[in-house]
Design a protein around this ligand. Structure first.
Ligand SMILES: *Cc1c(COP(=O)(O)O)cnc(C)c1O
Length: 362
């Protein structure tokens, strides 16, 4: 088999090697069934075991109580930009949005089609190089919910603790940092996250939603768009992304074997720490793009170099040496190392070595 390289892609992103190997072993014929998971009816007993185990393990990892639904949906986090306001912006159709990056802006665009959006704070005038501060939030106590993005995949910022919003339900787009640590789900009304960054392959979006919020959905909402449809059918109203959910289930088992989310958080801090420490001690050759150190992401480490020519050269040479996907998002340029849960610590150590070598030679 062809050798694997280090995958720093922002998403779809690296998966645990153990998961890939287990899936490969059972790819052709799933044990006890004799067909592949892709060929199974989603209504079969075998598949029911797969999706039930995935949901149970996910609930266990985040300690999610019975007062929340866990839904496996499609359409990406992008569809949730619409589904969330369509379902829970009522009855007064006012919501607060904290705008800390391009994904939040896209969420605002769709919410505005449903009701009145109050921008509680935005750091756009600083090119999203830091997060809005708690004291700068202009929150409306009448809002139906407050929406924020826990990790800004493109700009490399991340909240350490969630914004304080009082009694108003907190809604979070956690697409690029879900499961990177334990969070207190009880603080949230709704959390959504696409699978392809920190949970599995593309094709599935998890929605964790407090059950009482589902009563807000208007009766004339299209069937598929209504959370109640999916909650009432255990995510089986129509054919779910069966293979993606299977792989997600393997990732959840892997996380449990790794010691759960506290162990994962410790590892994530070590990995990001290695990279940020070197960047900060490179004499200004490499520069972190985030202006507040406390806002730096553990998942997406964004940095720049003295010139764009050097950045181009760095990307070309690093790719050649087996470091894939270090180019920053096209909208901001520079470099970005996405080091999600499944990214190995050894890969970060090797990247730091490469960065030192490159600096010496250039
Ligand atoms: C990737 C990403 C999205 C978009 O996800 P899709 O699954 O492509 O719709 C939304 N929000 C955040 C924070 C992301 O990182």
């Amino acid at each position: 088999m062809e050798k694997r390289v280090y995958n720093f892609s922002a998403g779809p992103a690296v998966l645990p090697e153990e998961v890939l190997k287990e899936a490969q072993e059972n790819f052709y014929s799933y044990p006890g069934v004799g067909i592949s998971v892709m060929e199974m009816s989603h209504r079969s007993k075998a598949y029911d075991n797969i999706i039930t185990a995935a949901e149970n393990d996910f609930r266990q990892l985040l300690d999610i109580g019975d007062d929340y639904h866990v839904l496996f949906l499609q359409g990406g986090a992008t569809l949730q930009f619409s589904m969330v306001p369509l379902n829970i912006m009522g009855p007064n159709y006012k919501a607060d949005y904290i705008v800390s990056g391009s994904w939040a802006k896209k969420a605002v665009k769709e919410a505005k089609r449903v009701g009145q959006v109050n921008i509680a704070a935005t750091t756009e005038s600083d090119n999203f190089t830091h997060l809005p501060k708690q004291e700068d939030l202009k929150l409306d106590p009448q809002a139906s919910y407050v929406h924020y993005t826990s990790n800004n995949t493109i700009f490399g910022t991340q909240y350490i603790t969630e914004p304080e919003v009082g009694e108003v339900p907190l809604v979070c787009d956690a697409s690029s940092d879900i499961l990177h640590k334990k969070i207190d789900v009880k603080k949230y009304g709704l959390i959504y996250a696409g699978a392809q960054k920190n949970m599995g392959p593309a094709g599935c979006t998890i929605v964790i939603v407090r059950k009482d919020l589902l009563e807000r959905a208007p009766d004339d909402l299209h069937t598929y768009m209504n959370f109640n449809t999916h909650a009432g059918k255990a995510s089986m109203y129509n054919t779910p992304p069966t293979f993606t959910i299977y792989i997600m289930g393997l990732v959840f088992k892997w996380l449990k074997n790794m010691g759960g989310l506290d162990a994962m958080y410790k590892l994530n801090k070590e990995k990001a720490g290695l990279l940020y420490d070197y960047i900060d001690n490179s004499g200004g050759y490499y520069k972190g793009t985030v202006t507040e150190k406390s806002d730096r992401s553990l998942m997406n480490v964004t940095f720049r170099m003295p010139t764009e020519e050097l950045e181009k050269k760095f990307i070309a040479e690093s790719t050649e040496k087996g470091f894939s996907g270090l180019k920053g998002h096209r909208s901001v340029g520079g470099l970005r190392a996405s080091i999600y849960n499944a990214f190995p610590k050894k890969g970060v150590e090797d990247l730091v070595e490469f960065m030192k070598e490159f600096k010496n030679n250039n």
